[in-house]
Design a protein. Sequence first.
Length: 455
Amino acid sequence: MRRSYRTSPPEDLPGHPPWLRNAHPESRPGMGRSFKTRMPVFKDSYGKCRMSQEKTPGGGSAAPQTPGASEPAPWLSMGLLFTAHFAVDSQVSFLSPLLPLIREKFDITLGTAGVLVYLLMMCNAGGQPVTAVLVDRWPRLPWLAIGLIGSAFCLTAVGWLPSYTALAVAIPVGGFLAGLAHPDMSSRAGALSERHHSLSVSVFVSGGRLGAALGPLVAIFIVKWWGMEWLWLYVLVNVGVVAAVMRGLPKPTLSAEKGKGFAIIHGLGRAIRKAGAPLMILIGVTTFRAVCTVNMQGFLPTIYVERGMGLWQGGISSSILLFFGMVGVVFGGAVADRFGKKNAILYGIILALIGLIGFLTAAPTLGLFLVAILGFGLYMPMGVSMAYAQDFLPGYRAFASSLTLGVSWGAASFSVLPISKVAEEIGLFQAFWVLPVSLLVALFFSFFLPKGEKK
């Protein structure tokens, strides 16, 4: 006679008193040592029995573990989110290296070109808090696919649109759609692993930094070989990325507020009030750091063109800034998991301040080396800050990430207009001396952050 082995929770065993239902599997009638040997069972925090062969967040099966064992990092899911972020941020960075060509094509001033940078940054960042609420409420709608493909179409239209007015319409729409994808991606990244929270978010953020680093070179390559009108080819790249990412990523978890209308907004308000001053301090840190980030990322190629270094050198300088920024983001996540989030933020801002002052005082050739230091330090706190915000608002991960990527960057983008106006009078390089002041303010606020948990 073939023996069957029960795998159901102990609560559904009929005919036994409660104390016997919750006993060890070996002590239950009909469930001897062979049950334990053939299929180990552990109780979770709800008292349910779970088989040791579980799916990990990154795909695949986990090895049998005992309670308290180290949780493996979900590298597969982290890699897919890295790819998605790479795709969307690479096309957002197309505008910066093409500004000299756009100014020549439409015969516009530096201040007028700066309006395009402002529109892109503002719409990319400013719309994220709104879309984040939607993502937290309906996480399984295809926000990622809409954002990636829609932004690719609008932002590559820079190459073939016939007028500045059309450009000024397409760029903010593309920026908004790019911002639509970010809360979805960041929410998934924050939910991948509790043990490797800062690392998971930082790897996701580093994909965007690498995309922003290589995007200028991709744009310049296409323009040099085929012309600006062929930028639309990058739409096909995004279609391929969406197909791969949407097929391989695990489905996002449903909101706890599902079925309660817009009760999620009331719950979000309560969570923000509970987070209190520390969350506001964190937003202050990220905003003043973003003032430096937005302007360096938007105008660095133009600085090198103004100094006679050429379009390629300008694109290379931007890529160096963002490539080492990607390295800094990953390093910052590892530092935060080991030494705490507050320390990672402090170390990054101090290093960025050293690199920025050195860049503004050094020769252009040595400036490239200092741009690398600046990028490493400037972006080192980026993923850490997002993970920090998600710690403050654990039930609203998409909205929490929008505070550091959306609200902060949106507020910082307002600085582009006055800096570009002043640059028309005294030069962009001299106008950038306001940026170290912004980093000093961010550093001051950082000292008041609560000490994060060390792991």
